[in-house]
Design a protein around this ligand. Sequence first.
Ligand SMILES: [Zn+2]
Length: 216
Amino acid sequence: MPHHHPSEEMLLGYAAGSTSEPLSLLIATHLALCPECRRKVAAYEALGGKELEVEAPAMLSSDSLVSVLDRLDTAEEPAMAPPRPSAEGDLRLPRPLRDYVAGSLDSLDWHQRGGIAEASLLTERSDFKTRLMRIRPKTAIPEHSHHGSEYTLVLTGGFSDHTGHFLRGDVAIADPAVQHRPIADAGEDCVCLAVTDAPLRFTGTIARLLSPLLQR
Ligand SMILES: [Zn+2]
């Protein structure tokens, strides 16, 4: 069960159908792994569906939200295949993401630089950068800040930065003011779906960016 979730605004925007495609993909993939957020999104959809504006939640009485949540508690959870315990099962992509990845992770056009490989998705979008990242164990991603926000969803393995420890299903959100330096966990590769709405600005030395040896 994930411990780090998309913001309430992101879930509301998703339920209202007002979220961009790259962010929708990230949220839908999180929902496939997070019963808690599935329940919230179902409640938001029940309360207003596509007419629900992101500004509207202040107008909702908490009573109506609670009653919808109560009703949903008695409804059956959508049937989700439990993750298989094998390593192969860990690498299985949740459904929404699988639809964007033809074949397997290995069939993607990976660009390797040091301990980090990247494969771009949704390349027709110029306003968002959407990519899968595969980070070798204990590899540090160069310190960077953002022109825009950066959203990262963990698919396998995990990583830590100063805001916490992120495992499968967890969403890390870094706003433009945040400078961070995530480091992948020891053990297995950390595969993440990363969406940024503007290019990253690397704040470390240019040498570090150019170094083929990003691994610690
Ligand atoms: Zn969640």
